[in-house]
Design a protein around this ligand. Structure first.
Ligand code: PEP
Ligand code: MG
Length: 542
């Protein structure tokens, strides 16, 4: 048994097979060979295995999802037997005297580009398929497993690091836990793991983690440990701990339907943070009073092109309707910093966390902003939507935003489209916004404090940089004083303040926040009931 330690992102026990997630596509190196026949014999063998795998996948899919959906695996088999494809591989190997992995990768790239440039939609769609079969071939040539075990079983995902765009694209039902070597507690991958409510570790001291693929692992999220090939005693202990955890969760369910009120009568709104409509089930299961932060940028990160107004409208409408009259705070997209989206074609920046991010993109490129605002305003006719703007630093920005909002409303009226009157709020996540909060409070309906960014900009510590942990104090008095100042300024202006950064879920601070007069905490769905428990057991008069 090997034991590795990391930082706990979310508690709970996960037991299952480890799946190592490799960055992007397989790395293929070009090497010189001197026996092309031997190289092509390897290709024939790999092709045979690929066709067998595809036949098995076809049978499985036929049983589980029907003929129409299984057909794609037949198409892949046919593509692997296609003469043009095979001749291209052979030609590259023989003329260039290069390894067959390189020939397969080049053929895959060339063919997929060719398909992508065709007018016919069906042929265009084949571009991804030809890439897929080439990647399968390369994996087999490189001695990788057959990849089929991954298709079935939920697994513990182990990776060096995960970009938010990679994490959002994973099939959530197949992920038992995330364990990464890099990554910080405030990274968006950590935040996604919390939203999913699964045990997760970052900054884990894994060595040669590529060799862990397929091994049995146990993640103890609370203790910050991953056991690989656990011995019998650990296995039994962890199974018992898992059962205990489930029992605790079951007991927390008894708090559903109860108020978030302290023993001495002070109440607080407890809302949920989400990044996707798929998170709504756990929002309802955990009895959130509303949604305090819908990170809409994940809609953009999941796609290869800008989401249309119609696509966004449908998503926001679904959230509003599902929450049935409860407040749903949707933050306009916060692309930039670690949440990069290629199709935005942003200029490369030395320091993207302090670069063109979030509202700055929106104000510079109003066509993107207006598309989102139109979708939000239209969806607000179907529920209690509130709109929140990120990364604000000045009153002037808020006024510019409000002017754009007026233009959007006018356009919708002219088009005869129905829309509601959402509340407008801002995130307080820059020191500038804190200092200006008395002025800003006169402009908007509510504040939500983004402690993740507020902490990074106040302490001048990059939230992604794990190596500065010795200087990083999540409870730094500067940040706590700022929170108090914002709450006081908001109350003076008659508006409310919430906290939607990760600090909001810090149970050591729940009583402090209550004392400061924080009106709302927005946390990952799995943290709602544990915080409700603390609130109900707190007596502020003592
Ligand atoms: C924050 O900065 O605290 C916040 C909630 O926004 P994000 O983590 O998405 O930057
Ligand atoms: Mg932020």
């Amino acid at each position: 048994m090997q034991t590795y330690h990391g930082k706990s992102v979310f508690g709970g026990i996960a037991i299952g097979k480890i799946k190592v997630h490799q960055k992007g596509q397989q790395q293929v190196r070009r090497t010189k060979i001197d026996d092309p026949d031997a190289e092509l014999a390897r290709y024939e063998a790999a092709k045979g295995q690929a066709i067998e795998e595809l036949a098995e996948l076809y049978d499985k899919a036929l049983r589980e999802v029907g003929e129409a959906n299984a057909a794609i695996f037949e198409v892949h088999q046919m593509m692997l037997m296609d003469d043009d494809y095979n001749e291209s591989v052979e030609n590259i190997v023989r003329t260039g005297l290069v390894n067959v992995e390189y020939a397969v990768a080049s053929t895959g790239d060339n063919f997929s580009e060719m398909f992508a440039s065709m007018d016919d939609d069906y042929m265009k769609a084949r571009a991804a398929d030809v890439k897929d079969i080439s990647e399968r071939g390369i994996r087999i040539l490189q001695g990788g497993g057959n990849g089929m075990e991954d298709a079935d079983e939920p697994a513990i995902i182990v990776a060096e690091d995960l970009a938010p765009s990679e994490t959002v694209q994973m099939n959530k039902d197949k992920v038992l836990s995330f364990v990464t070597v890099l990554g910080s507690l405030n990274s968006h991958t950590a935040i996604l793991a919390r939203t999913m409510g699964i045990p997760a570790l970052v900054g884990t001291d894994l060595e040669a983690f590529g060799e862990l693929d397929g091994k049995l692992g146990i993640v103890d999220g609370g203790a910050g440990i991953i056991y690989v090939d656990p011995d019998a005693e650990t296995f039994v202990t962890m199974q018992a701990k898992q059962a205990e955890d489930l029992e605790k969760k079951r007991l927390l369910q008894e708090l559903k339907g109860k108020d978030n009120v302290t023993l001495d009568g002070r109440s607080i709104m407890l809302y949920a943070n989400i990044g996707n409509i798929k998170d709504l089930a756990s929002v309802l299961q955990n009895d959130a009073g509303g949604i305090g932060l819908f990170r809409s940028e994940f809609i953009y990160l999941e796609r290869d092109t800008f989401p249309t107004e119609e696509e966004q409208f449908k998503i926001y409408k679904t959230v509003a309707e599902t929450m049935a009259g409860k407040r749903v705070i949707i933050r306009t997209m916060d692309i930039g910093a670690d949440k990069q989206c290629d199709y935005f074609e942003m200029e490369k920046e030395e320091n993207p966390a302090m670069g063109c991010r979030a509202i700055r993109i929106c104000l510079r490129r109003p066509e993107i902003f207006k598309t989102q605002l139109r979708a939000l305003y239209r969806a607000s006719a179907y529920g209690k939507i509130a709109i929140m703007f990120p990364m604000i630093i000045s009153v002037d920005e808020v006024r510019r935003i409000k002017a754009i909002v007026e233009e959007v409303k006018k356009e919708l009226t002219e088009l005869g489209l129905e829309y509601g009157e959402p509340e407008l709020g801002i995130m307080i996540e820059t020191p500038a916004a804190v200092i200006m909060s008395d002025e800003l409070a006169k402009e908007v309906d509510f504040f939500s404090i983004g402690t993740n960014d507020l902490t990074q900009y106040t302490l001048a510590i990059d939230r992604q940089n794990v190596s500065l942990d010795e200087f990083y104090d999540p409870h730094h008095p500067a940040v706590l004083r700022m929170i108090r100042m914002v709450v006081e300024n908001s109350h003076k202006a008659g508006i409310w303040t919430g906290i939607c950064g990760e600090l909001g879920a810090d149970r050591e601070l729940t009583a402090t926040f209550l004392k400061m007069g924080v009106d709302e905490l927005s946390v990952s769905p799995g943290s709602i009931l544990p915080i409700r428990k603390i609130v109900r057991e707190t007596d502020l008069s003592k």
